[in-house]
Design a protein around this ligand. Structure first.
Ligand SMILES: [Zn+2]
Length: 255
């Protein structure tokens, strides 16, 4: 959505998801449609206050309405004053939109993005990773059983990893929640509860630092930079055949 980060909507996009719900408008019930659409440059959330008979999978040219950006993620809103035309033929293929792969410098420029896939080397595991305790009320991370909002509470154990990913073109932060952390380290919360925090951090560092991983999730930008809220994290297998060929070529050059 490069053309319309802020201002009027003018976009040709495929609808990836659409839902409807009833909203209360001046005491009158009104059907509101919302979902996710995508063009070649990325994905955006949209809200339509009018029934344009938009269907999942179809491609539309949408003009009118406006675009706002929340933490770098574009949000389109339009009503009956907008023009929404279904296109029978479009260059936007379904396959192009399946994964929203992005080099990190592009993501840093965009600040945020919906449902992206990135790859890079873990260059840092930040403080606040490993075993943490959350307030049962507000889910904030707490220290010594004291929540700044709720006072003394019975904390809930949780695990997460905060890391910095670099692909040579740029760097972003990422947060891996319990589910994603358990998957990538191959251990669960109960396993970690039996370990000392120093040992947990050492293990996470050994496992991740200088290794290549791929992440999927939403990227949110704020004054501290861009962070990916990971929904999935995987180690990237280095292509051994490729590496071997490269080495062979280099040796040939030397001979
Ligand atoms: Zn609290």
């Amino acid at each position: 959505m490069k053309k319309q980060i802020k201002g009027r909507v003018d976009v040709t996009a495929r609808i990836l998801e659409i839902n409807s719900h009833e909203a209360d408008v001046n005491g009158e019930p009104k059907k509101v449609f919302s979902g996710i659409l995508a063009d070649e440059t990325g994905k955006a959330q949209f809200t339509s206050w009018h029934d344009f008979n938009i269907k999942k999978g179809d491609v539309f040219r949408i003009t009118g309405g406006y675009v706002k950006s929340w933490k770098g993620i574009p949000q389109l809103t339009f009503d009956s004053a907008a023009s929404v035309k279904k296109l029978e033929k479009s260059k936007i293929s379904k396959d192009d939109l399946e994964s929203n792969k992005m080099p990190l410098h592009v993501l840093v420029e965009k600040r945020g993005a919906l449902d992206v896939q990135v790859q890079g080397t873990v260059i840092d595991v930040r403080a606040g990773s490993g075993l943490i305790t959350r307030c049962p009320e507000c889910k904030r991370v707490i220290q010594d059983g004291i929540c700044s909002l709720h006072g003394k509470v019975e904390g809930i154990a949780d695990i997460r990893i905060k890391l910095v990913l670099d692909d040579g073109t740029g760097a972003v932060g990422a947060i891996l929640n319990r589910e994603v952390t358990e998957r990538i380290i191959g251990m669960n919360l109960n396993d970690l509860k039996k370990m000392k925090q120093d040992d947990i951090l050492e293990m996470i560092n050994k496992l991740l630092i200088a290794n290549k991983i791929s992440l999927k999730g939403n990227a949110l930008g704020d004054e501290f930079g861009t962070s990916i809220i990971a929904q999935d994290a995987k180690f990237v297998d280095i292509d051994l055949k490729d590496e071997a060929e490269k080495l062979a070529n280099e040796l040939e050059d030397l001979l």
